[in-house]
Design a binder for this molecule. Structure first.
Ligand code: SAM
Length: 221
């Protein structure tokens, strides 16, 4: 029997309206949904009337879950993979499962949609014709500084994911290493407190240092 298809389904990065018609249909029609955070996804599923079978698939159980998902696919079932937000596999679990399926010659299809990195890039004002997606830098100070050092001469636009408690540290390290170059920081894209602030690392440190930074951050430089 032919194996089923693994669908990599992109979901909104904040605003529930950023869901494609196809994503809704695929999530309704799949035999099983594998979700990074079943509770968080249930908000989206409720909104779109998706009442499908859901299993969890997150960074702590990937290895244990893969055989069960592969077994479903081998039985000819279609599995839809969703992450907390955006595109599965982009700085969240997903690529390991895709690799397993590809190695087994199984069918993998993308259901494209939002990804925070591209949303931040296109509003940053930085060149978009060539870019480098760095994901999250290390949370270890020494390593993070070496990573920034390595990006200092990068000619392509660089996109970095950051957490609210590390954004100030990132900006301070960036200023020490790269000087007063202009960056764009995108926060809470598509959500209520969305903002994109552009300026030097010093200006941005002042801006975000006024009160405890909150939400999800992306730096583009
Ligand atoms: N798979 C997701 C994607 O396609 O963008 C990324 C998941 S990663 C675990 C989460 C990080 O993405 C956050 O820490 C933040 O850097 C960035 N991010 C996600 N949603 C965002 C948003 N609405 N605004 C700004 N950054 C966001």
């Amino acid at each position: 029997m032919a194996s089923g298809t693994l669908y990599i389904v992109s979901t909104p990065i904040g605003n529930l309206e950023d869901m494609t018609f196809r994503a809704v249909r695929v999530l309704k029609e799949a035999d099983l949904i594998a979700a990074e955070d079943t509770r968080r996804s249930s908000k989206l599923f409720d909104h779109y009337g998706i009442n499908n079978r859901v299993t969890s698939f997150h960074s702590h159980n990937i290895r244990a879950r893969i055989p069960a998902l592969i077994a479903e696919l081998e039985k000819g079932k279609d599995v839809a993979l969703v992450s907390d937000s955006g595109t599965p596999g982009i700085s969240d679990p997903g690529s390991v499962l895709v690799k397993e399926c590809v190695d087994k010659g199984m069918d993998v299809k993308a259901v494209p949609g939002p990804t925070a990195a591209i949303a931040a890039l296109v509003v940053s004002g930085k060149p978009t014709h060539k870019f480098l997606f760095e994901g999250f830098l290390s949370n270890k100070k020494g390593k993070r500084r070496r990573q920034i050092e390595a990006l200092k001469e990068e000619e392509r636009t660089v996109i970095v994911y950051e957490s609210p408690h590390r954004i100030i540290k990132f900006l301070e390290d960036f200023r020490d290493i790269c000087g007063e170059r202009e960056l764009a920081v995108a926060r809470e894209l598509t959500k209520k407190f969305e903002e994109v602030v552009r300026g030097t690392a010093t200006e941005l440190t002042e801006h975000f240092g006024r009160k405890q930074p909150r939400g999800e951050f992306i730096v583009v430089f």
